[in-house]
Design a protein around this ligand. Structure first.
Ligand SMILES: [Zn+2]
Length: 307
């Protein structure tokens, strides 16, 4: 069966994932771009600005997660419950009123005590990353879901929200993969504030240096050709999604993506956001970035915010 493996470059500072469009390049990229790890708390009070809890159907009372932990690690049942709450929160934000998806097969979540164990699962490409997600597809049918997480010494898993967002998004368009910039831009909004600040900085620096992608290229990009493209790609993707969320709300993003895949970006932008095509979007987005708004307000799904 075809399996899409995704590795996140935005995870170069802290977390990680697998992302299908990057699969060939990211070994070198993630290793080269590693930065110190930031840990999130697993508990805390939700303070997000978006979304609502999706009602739990009887079928959904069955767990959507199969958590494998290690001796002395997080309790598997408790961690599974955290994952369930986080899944509902993410679905509530990005899937709008769509019914919560009951995952069969369940999403396998493997917690690792050591980097050696983690790399044995995700491969050397995960070099300096702390989490990864893997979606198996057969056509548009999702046949497997897996998240690997490296647990830090405090018992935290900073990459969970980001990786789980990828897994939720994998089913968001009926199994069709999202365009890479949307998949990463959305998931990156689940990252901690300091990472978002870095992505925003990366975006502005790429614009200042002339190394930024023009928007037409960014939104059609399927694969990066150089590790040097990572900062611009992630910085531009997350600020672009942030801009669109700011304009109409996150629940409009996936319907927009679906329309864009069917009818093209220009029509989708006009119908979803009242923006007159990609060139108009680029002008508006540049204003958004240059005014210095970094995407912090759009970080509604951090693990820290799950009660
Ligand atoms: Zn990612």
């Amino acid at each position: 069966m075809p399996r899409d493996r995704i590795i996140n470059a935005h995870n170069r500072p802290t977390s990680a994932a697998y992302c299908n469009f990057l699969q060939l390049l990211l070994v070198a990229i993630t290793l080269a771009a590693a930065l110190p790890v930031v840990a999130d708390e697993i508990s805390g009070k939700f303070s997000g600005v978006y979304g609502h809890e999706t009602a739990i159907s009887p079928a959904e009372s069955e767990t959507n997660f199969d958590v494998q932990t290690f001796a002395g690690g997080p309790d598997a049942d408790s961690f599974s419950q955290v994952c369930e709450r986080l899944k509902r929160r993410i679905e509530g934000i990005w899937l709008g009123d769509s019914p919560a998806e009951h995952w069969r097969p369940a999403c396998q979540v493997v917690l690792h005590a050591s980097r050696e164990s983690y790399l044995a699962s995700v491969g050397r490409s995960g070099g300096q990353t702390r989490g990864s997600s893997l979606i198996g597809r057969h056509g548009n049918m999702i046949v497997s879901r897996r998240i690997d997480l490296l647990v830090d010494q405090q018992g935290n898993t900073s990459a969970l929200a980001h990786e789980l967002t990828h897994v939720v998004l994998a089913g968001g368009l009926g199994g069709r993969p999202l365009p890479p910039w949307l998949d990463e831009g959305i998931a990156t909004l689940a990252d901690p504030d300091r990472k978002l600040s870095r992505h925003h900085r990366d975006c502005r620096e790429a614009l200042d240096r002339g190394t930024a992608f023009d928007l037409t290229r960014l939104i059609t990009l399927q694969r990066l050709s150089s590790p040097n493209q990572f900062p611009a790609f992630y910085g531009q993707s997350v600020t672009l999604v942030d801009f669109l969320c700011d304009r109409e709300g996150p629940e409009k993003i996936l319907p927009f993506a679906a329309l864009a895949l069917e009818a093209g970006y220009d029509r989708a932008l006009r119908e979803s956001f009242d923006i007159d095509g990609v060139a108009h979007l680029e002008r508006l987005w540049l204003d958004h970035v240059q005014t210095g708004q970094h995407p912090t307000p759009f970080q509604p799904v951090s693990l820290r915010s799950i009660p």
